[in-house]
Design a protein around this ligand. Structure first.
Ligand SMILES: [Zn+2]
Length: 401
């Protein structure tokens, strides 16, 4: 933090001489713990603020407070510029500054309130501004704001907020966003790009929508507009008649505005929306064709028994080869037994050992040879057969029923 706000060496030297009055030799009251190892028990730091004079310093856990005061030789009224010496009172401004050796640094500055003697000025009493240090009413120094700004530009506001805590800077995610919002208040007036892309984004989801314009050659945003179908968009388009190509999505607001303000421009729809347009148009047409074909064919639906036997056939064909083979032999053996064949005859007919056939059909029900999937499917056979014989054959309709 030492003189980090001074750019060139000349001003640095001058400031160093002037800043001697605000150089502190600080001895920490902390014990020599393994964490601080006594390295910074005694350190010097200098605030580069030559307009301030020191009063004292105090330490709390992890934080330093430096008490300062201004020269007190009067100040200019921020409203009319009139210089005044007439003191009204004092008050303390608390300003957060950059950390010092892992300590949060707070400046408590005693500043004066002055009477404004300009009779035409509406302000009778004003506070001495600290414009070299912080904004009016600001609670953070410019350096702290700059650090918040530079970190927030790289990260999401929540991440930035938690990272800033490591730098001993307290800033909520909302503060990070607010400081960022002060960065670019105005869109650049002169923009020469002839090929731009435009899209909307939610400032507050479901409520406020804004538009962003991107230069398609540099891929950098060139304008943020306050709306997506209003005056700001119209004005921006009117100010940029050099545009020849605009890439946009399917938003009707953009199409209408472009057609109205710069009708000669070539509008390019992005690939995603082209595909979506195509499928949205084609799918109803294809569905219509399928319906026509079905009506012409007059599909012949099987009666209930045929449907039922077809479904059973399919169910018995589920499972792996060995499973299907075993089930097939079981069912055939049972059939032959019903026809009056003995076990030996059945075994000879199927080319198996009689002991195997005996074990297969003796005291066993069919459930013993079915897997779980087949058992579940069997429960719905009669219901499915009824639906199919009534004339519904698509899988969707079956699943619905
Ligand atoms: Zn004034």
């Amino acid at each position: 933090m030492l003189f980090s706000n001074f750019k060139d060496t000349t001003s640095l030297r001058v400031t160093m001489q002037q800043a001697i009055s605000t150089t502190y030799k600080y001895t920490s009251k902390k014990e020599n713990t393994p964490t601080n190892r006594g390295l910074f028990h005694d350190f010097r730091f200098s605030l580069g603020y030559d307009n301030l004079q020191q009063d004292g310093i105090s330490e709390a856990v992890g934080s330093l407070t430096v008490f300062l005061h201004t020269a007190g030789k009067g100040a200019s009224c921020p409203y009319c510029g009139h210089f005044s010496h007439r003191l009204h009172s004092y008050y303390s401004r608390h300003i957060q500054d950059l950390e010092v050796y892992g300590h949060t640094l707070e400046l408590v500055i005693k500043v004066g309130k002055y009477y404004c003697d300009n009779v035409s000025c509406p302000q009778k009493i004003f506070c001495e501004p600290l414009s070299f240090l912080a904004r009016r009413y600001g609670r953070r120094s410019y350096l702290v704001e700059e650090r918040i700004r530079s970190i927030s530009l790289e990260l999401t506001s929540r991440k930035a907020s938690s990272l800033l805590q490591l730098f001993h800077i307290t800033a909520s995610s909302s503060s990070c966003l607010r400081i960022l919002q002060q960065c670019g208040q105005h869109n650049p007036m002169h923009n020469k790009s002839i090929y731009v892309g435009i899209d909307d984004f939610a400032y507050k989801k479901g409520k406020d929508y804004m538009s962003v314009v991107v230069d398609q050659m540099t891929h950098m945003p060139i304008a943020l507009l306050e709306d997506r179908n209003g005056e700001a968009l119209d004005n921006w388009l009117a100010r940029n008649p050099q545009i020849q190509y605009i890439t946009r999505d399917r938003g009707r607001c953009f199409t209408e505005a472009i057609n109205r303000i710069i009708p000669g421009v070539t509008q390019i729809c992005d690939r995603f929306h082209l595909t979506k347009n195509m499928t949205d148009t084609m799918i109803p047409e294809i569905e219509k064709m399928i319906r026509q074909t079905k009506q012409k064919l007059k599909y012949e639906y099987p009666d209930r028994d045929t449907a039922s036997s077809l479904i059973l056939q399919d169910i018995f064909n589920m499972g792996d080869v060995r499973h299907r083979e075993k089930l097939k032999i079981y069912r055939e053996s049972l059939n032959l037994k019903m026809q009056g064949m003995t076990i030996e005859q059945t075994a000879a007919h199927l080319g198996k050992k009689s002991r195997y056939i005996y074990k297969l059909i003796h005291n066993r029900r069919i459930g013993a040879y079915l897997n779980e999937q087949q058992k579940t499917a069997l429960k719905y056979v009669s219901e499915l057969a009824t639906i199919i014989s009534a004339g519904c054959i698509t899988r969707n309709i079956l699943a619905q029923k």
